[in-house]
Write a new protein. Structure first.
Lengths: 228, 228
DNA sequence: TAGATTGTTAATCGATTAACAATC
DNA sequence: TAGATTGTTAATCGATTAACAATC
């Protein structure tokens, strides 16, 4: 299969491109809200924080949605990218682990506004089952399988302590979840076909610390030691 | 300068390697806590969730800290990596924006346990200045420059709404901060020499959604459609 | 010495970038 | 037609991986 039929033109998008599509989507939404009807690759790239060559290369994997000499129709491109990512549909999500971070995630407006609907909050601690967070009841962790089946949940978020994360992941996989966003500082082992993405706050800080250390003490002008 | 003197042997570590060093550090800490004195690249790689070739290649950029035929001394390697990252020293940090996420970050134990010390919590909203979060007073945003100068803060965390993020970043840069961890869904513009890392929850979910969409509806065995 | 495992080499793969032909 | 801007090409760069010589 070297040739593609038109309907499957938008396959096998490089991972690096996939990771940037949501950034482009957000930039296009901003432009649309600002009343911009058309933009060039240069403008969109600036809004997204990338260079225009990269943006055009990325978009070329989706199809040919621009007009040479003119640019891109903001609303049209926004829809095409949203469709490509899959956020034109609704994604039911469960969050397991309702501590400080779980609370913050449950209240995070950025989820709901982008097609992600938190259908359940789960916690193993019975003392939390009385609570309601962001208008959603906190329920026993043992309800996971039933909730996943009932709502067709495909995406699970883990915000438990590290020691509980693998058990939660196992239960999620058993229940049929195949995409996991993991905030626990633990390496998860999952079967092939299950995607895990990891968000690790202390790792991000450590990466910053590494570069900060190499900059040396701040001078009168901190920019003198700018990296290459 | 093509040759390196011994003392500068550990320079210019590739970015991809830098991003994995904290993962190795955590795995080594786990091994040490479990009482393991020595480990092979294979064992450490498994604990860190990478393959052993990548691990050895990564470590080779730091120096030669293993023993052929034997493996690595867990405690020694752990210290060498911690020193390389810079987490043997103490990093004072400020968090700006004490909403749900800011609360969670202030309470996050993973910071303090890794050499990051939250010296101040700032918020522009006066109604929050009465609060104490995780034992730290919430102070006016306008105190930023004084706090940075007083504590020698080099790292700033932004957990404000998107519309405030650029102003916060500008103020941080003016105050002398050169490393920013940004949780706000906004593209920040900063001068050369200032590092920004971005953590974006809804982008992570969207990347998962993209892959989930391509997997198609779950079958009797969700793993049948495993990607290559 | 024999077995084990590192550190390095070299091949491969994927991502970035600049330049420009195509085309509105 | 002339000017503008896309989509694509090709060169470059960096990251991954397997294999293995070095060496404990």
């Amino acid at each position: 299969m070297t040739e593609r039929t038109p309907t499957e033109a938008a396959r096998d998008i490089p991972e690096a491109t996939v990771a940037r599509l949501p950034v482009y989507l957000r930039a296009l939404t901003s432009l649309a809200e600002a009343g911009t009807a058309t933009c060039s690759s240069e403008e969109l790239a600036t809004a997204a924080g990338v260079n225009s060559a990269k943006l055009r290369k990325d978009l070329s994997h989706l199809g040919s949605y621009g007009t040479r000499g003119v640019g891109y129709d903001v609303e049209y491109l926004r829809y095409q990218i949203a469709r490509e990512i899959g956020v034109t549909q609704d994604w039911p999500v469960v969050i397991v682990g309702i501590g400080n971070l779980g609370h913050a995630l449950a209240n995070f407006s950025g989820f709901r506004s982008r097609g992600f609907r938190v259908v359940a909050l789960l916690d193993a601690d019975p003392s939390r089952h009385a609570e309601q967070v962001a208008g959603v009841d906190v329920r026993p962790f043992s309800d996971l399988a039933a909730i996943v089946a009932e709502h067709g949940v495909a995406i699970g978020v883990i915000s438990t302590p590290a020691h509980a994360a693998q058990d939660v992941a196992d239960a999620m996989v058993s229940a049929g979840i195949r995409s996991i966003l993991n905030f626990a500082p633990a390496v998860l082992s999952v079967p092939q076909g299950v995607d895990v993405r990891k968000v690790d706050l202390s790792i991000e800080l450590q990466i910053l610390a590494y570069h900060e250390q190499r900059k040396g003490p701040a001078g009168l002008d901190g920019r003198l030691e700018a990296p290459a």
